[in-house]
Ligand binder design. Sequence first.
Ligand code: PEP
Ligand code: MN
Length: 344
Amino acid sequence: MLASLARLDVDVSEIQLGDRDALLVRGTSPVPSGSLARIDGVERVVSVDDPAPLASETKRSGEGVVSIGNARFGGGHVSVVAGPCTIEDVSMLRRIALDVRAAGATVLRGGAFKVRTSPHAYQGGGSDALADMKAVAAEVGLPYFTELTDPRQVEALGDDLSGVQIGARHMQNVPLLREAAALGKPVLLKRHMGAEVDELLLSAEYILEAGNDQIILCERGVKAFGKHVRYMLDLGAVAWLKARTGLPVVVDPSHAAGHHSLVPSLGRAGIAAGADGLIVEVHPEPETTRCDAAQALSPVDFTQLMRDVRAWVEHDGRTLCGAEALEPRPWGADANGATRAVGT
Ligand code: PEP
Ligand code: MN
């Protein structure tokens, strides 16, 4: 097949889409799809007239599943990523990791390199924080996501990395997308707060084009009208992305809400809209953190959210990975386990 393609004046690269091999064929002038279709071994020819042809193709292989440790995102599996906004202190990180693991989170989160809107805000603990994350993740037995903000950080990330997060502000940083893709690990790609969903898909397209289909799309809210929430969680985008692509989608209720009191409602809504998981910021002493303190859920509230997520996921006929860690709670008991009267 490659020999036949070599006779055409085209560039060819091999990529993987789900369980299928695909060839990306580009020419300086339109390549006649009829001649491609006749080449031996070609099952189907897809035109790039579709704005995000590779992302659309992922749908054809059925719902994709991204696996990280015991976490599965997609294909009827729901998983929750949780942890602090940023890694400030190793003992606090350990405490949070144990709390979120006990509540059923299957992936730990925490930023070492932060991209803040203001240069005066805390910028993250850098490589030392990354080393703390690696050590704690190994100790508690959870895989982790951390944000890659610069291609020069790749070496510091090392090989035992479970996956990388591309933050909202970097959604269209093409060299970074390519670098993240080349790691060959899952990429959690966040939608920019001012980006259309098609633009999010085109960013995913860069990662697919580089041969990495382990992508988890993340809706984290777009610019809102007013200050009642930090960002406006676009649940329509979640449903649309699930219908349009085979890529798993997670919701970040923390950055959308901006305040911990609203996080559980947005988290539950995200799961009900069809999200394959959540990424949630948790901190037991938010008054001590320099990053996103207002939106951090306490471990107790996080545990309650996990129970609610489990109930909805099971009602939906899906599976919550890590649910076995959750203590069963009798119907009518409050978050602390005390029983309250039902129906009075
Ligand atoms: C984060 O996850 O801590 C973060 C900075 O998120 P976002 O890129 O969505 O703002
Ligand atoms: Mn944050």
